[in-house]
Design a protein around this ligand. Structure first.
Ligand code: HEM
Length: 205
């Protein structure tokens, strides 16, 4: 009898652990459709937009400067902001998975829906890959990143000049891809706002 009770209690504990693990996912399925993004999603969107815009401008300027202490300072700022984007993108993805975003406008065609989903997925992908190539490049070139001058980020690869050059090219090319995606993203948002006059841009504000 006592052993039966123990088995039931053990089973109930396991089931409650399983239930608490899946609770956020189950709750998500029954959450009513939102018409706007959460405050956190909006803040993450605009914070990352500002950081990424700044990183691109800084990246393009700093690489053109002659070697000087100022150039090295700008490189450090770029690397700190890049690592910050890398951390934020995981928080953002976690938030995105646990908080259902509002649905796309119902008037959008199947092709438009596909383009929106593919564009967003590609943006998430480059927001992960670009900082990784920057981090790897810095390691391969022998310049360890020390986040805000405080936290040393471990070097992922040993010093390797050739690999460093290759990663530099990859970082550059991926950034051109990012600029292309961003241009499409901004153009689509403006198209929705000014031509289709729907809620797409307003709901992320
Ligand atoms: C989303 C994040 C990032 C964006 C948007 C970005 C953007 C850029 C851009 C536009 C350039 C100039 C490319 C060129 O025309 O040569 C650049 C260069 C550079 N980035 Fe990033 N970057 C990011 C993350 C990082 C990270 C995390 C690191 C290192 C920890 C890093 C390290 C570098 C370095 C060292 C260069 C200079 C390469 C050279 O000397 O040519 N970046 N980045």
């Amino acid at each position: 009898m006592a052993s039966n009770l123990f088995i039931v209690a053990n089973y109930a504990t396991k089931m409650s652990l399983v239930a608490s693990f899946f609770a956020p996912v189950i709750a998500l399925q029954f959450t009513p459709m939102n018409t706007t993004y959460t405050k956190t999603a909006k803040s993450l969107h605009w914070l990352m937009a500002a950081l990424i815009g700044g990183l691109i401008v800084l990246g393009l300027i700093m690489t053109e400067l002659p070697l000087s202490p100022d150039k090295l300072t700008l490189y450090s700022w770029h690397k700190w902001a890049g690592v910050t984007v890398f951390l934020l993108v995981w928080i953002r993805l976690g938030w995105r998975i646990t908080h259902r975003p509002p649905p796309l406008p119902s008037a959008l065609s199947a092709r438009g829906r596909f383009a929106a989903h593919a564009g967003h997925a590609a943006l998430y992908l480059v927001m992960i890959i670009i900082p990784i190539t920057g981090w790897l490049m810095s390691s391969a070139k022998g310049f360890q990143t020390v986040w805000f001058g405080i936290l040393p980020i471990p070097d992922l690869v040993g010093r390797d000049r050739e690999l460093g050059e290759l990663l530099q090219q990859a970082h550059k090319l991926l950034n051109y891809g990012l600029m292309f995606l961003l241009a499409g993203h901004v153009a689509a948002a403006l198209w929705h706002h000014f031509i289709l006059r729907d809620e797409t841009l307003r709901r992320i504000r």
